[in-house]
Design a protein around this ligand. Structure first.
Ligand code: AMP
Length: 415
């Protein structure tokens, strides 16, 4: 028997109401903040990601699903949602329309990671990107949007972590002191961090290994090395969050896993912490559009993993409405009744009433048992008498009450 590939999961019917709940709330948040939906392909040229996410990042070096197609094109399954949206922004001339351009997406994301609770090799993200505006009011708005989204979903006890990792002009100084600091600590670092010291120094700060965590706690802070503009920007973001009544903690170790981030970075965490627990995160990426061949264009975005939201909704026992089961089950006795039932089912569906139909051949008792299992509100029974009278016997499943209803009155009664 085949199984779904390691690190992937089927989303079964009994869980679908969580997913629809998240999508509905996400679209509502998108509408409230003036975002439009965009859908990009599941795969892109691999270069789009190596160039934007960064050659030295875990995603590019270890986690990307890269393959060649029949023509030898070097492609990758999307390992994150921002670069494709920026590619679409540039490709479709969105740089020439009024800025900022605000886009949201739902996307399957692929990363070859070590699977564990809340961490998959294929997961889904809801994300949003606001491109073409540098003002810190936009940072605060995007953080507000993320925050309100989780609250709208019904999640409790979430926390927000915030940091600024500076820009092209001030980050090199921070990296230099960081490298010097870590070089002195190198003997105790884990193997991954030893490599990071050369290739991706900032990521040393968010290693989860005990020694490295300890070292990161004492490491030079990016916020102490910000240039005037980045410092002012960070102060403004914090001030606006205060005005918006959004509590936050500055976390000097928060750097995010992708190279393209600049200035503001943030993450939202659920109350029950685990190593892989971030519900969502994002930040500014003021150089990315230019890196991808556009004009210098500031931007900021946010993404959240839908599986982790489902996990937390369940953990917190948040009430999520079930998807309603069909309204009516048609039970029929005999061949003629079956033909009438078929036509009736089709008529009712055309009037937007959801109907299940028995394939006949079973006893009435067996058919009503089926109706019960399908959790319908009503069963309509069609037998010889009903055919004669152009009627059905309508049974209310919860009470067992039955009444005879003319066939042409049924839609009105159920609608
Ligand atoms: P990132 O693109 O790494 O910033 O991730 C954004 C969000 O996606 C995270 O906060 C998680 O909620 C979710 N996420 C990231 N990686 C995974 C994964 N491997 N499995 C499930 N969810 C993930």
């Amino acid at each position: 028997m085949y199984k779904s590939p390691r690190g992937t999961a089927d989303i079964l019917p009994e869980d679908q109401h969580y997913w629809r709940h998240i999508e509905t709330r996400a679209m509502e948040i998108g509408r409230l903040y003036g975002y439009q939906r965009v859908d990009t392909p599941v795969f892109e040229e691999a270069g789009l990601f190596t160039r934007s996410i960064g050659e030295g990042t875990d995603i590019v070096t270890k986690e990307m699903y890269v393959f060649k197609d029949q023509s030898g094109n070097n492609l990758a399954l999307r390992p994150e949602g921002t670069a494709p949206v920026c590619r679409a922004y540039l490709e479709h001339g969105m740089a020439n329309i009024t800025q900022p351009v605000k886009l949201y997406y739902f996307a399957a994301i692929f990363r070859y990671e070590r699977p564990q609770a809340g961490r998959y090799r294929q997961h889904y993200q809801f994300g949003c990107e606001a491109i073409g505006e540098a003002a810190p009011t936009l940072d605060a708005e995007v953080i507000d949007m993320a925050w309100r989204f989780f609250i709208l979903l019904g999640l409790k006890g979430i926390t927000l972590q915030l940091n600024s990792i500076g820009c092209k002009s001030c980050r090199p100084k921070h990296l230099e002191v960081l490298r010097r600091y870590y070089t002195a600590e190198v003997s105790g670092l884990c193997a991954d961090c030893k490599t990071r010291l050369e290739k991706n120094t900032l990521r040393l700060l968010d290693c989860k290994k005990p020694f490295c965590q300890d070292a990161a706690e004492k490491a030079p802070k990016s916020s102490d090395y910000l240039c005037q503009e980045c410092g002012d920007h960070f102060e403004s973001v914090k001030k606006y969050l205060d005005i918006l009544n959004i509590p936050f903690q500055v976390n000097h170790r928060l750097v995010r896993g992708l190279d393209y981030y600049t200035r503001t970075v943030f993450e939202v965490h659920p109350p029950e912490e685990a190593a892989q627990s971030a519900l969502g995160g994002g930040g500014r990426y003021d150089n990315l559009i230019e890196q991808l061949g556009g004009k210098p264009t500031p931007a900021i975005g946010f993404a959240t993993g839908m599986e982790r939201i489902v996990l937390n909704l369940k953990r917190q026992e948040v009430f999520v409405p079930e998807i309603p089961s069909p309204k009516l089950f048609i039970a029929c006795l005999g061949d003629e009744a079956k033909l009438i039932a078929m036509r009736l089912a089709s008529d009712l569906r055309q009037q937007h009433i959801s109907v299940l139909m028995s394939s006949g051949g079973k006893s009435l008792k067996a058919q009503l048992r089926q109706a019960n299992d399908f959790a319908v509100d009503y069963a309509a029974i069609i037998g010889e008498d009903e055919i004669k009278n152009h009627a059905v016997t309508l049974r209310h499943m919860a009470t067992g009450e039955q009444q005879t209803i003319p066939v042409d009155k049924l839609a009105q009664l159920l609608g």
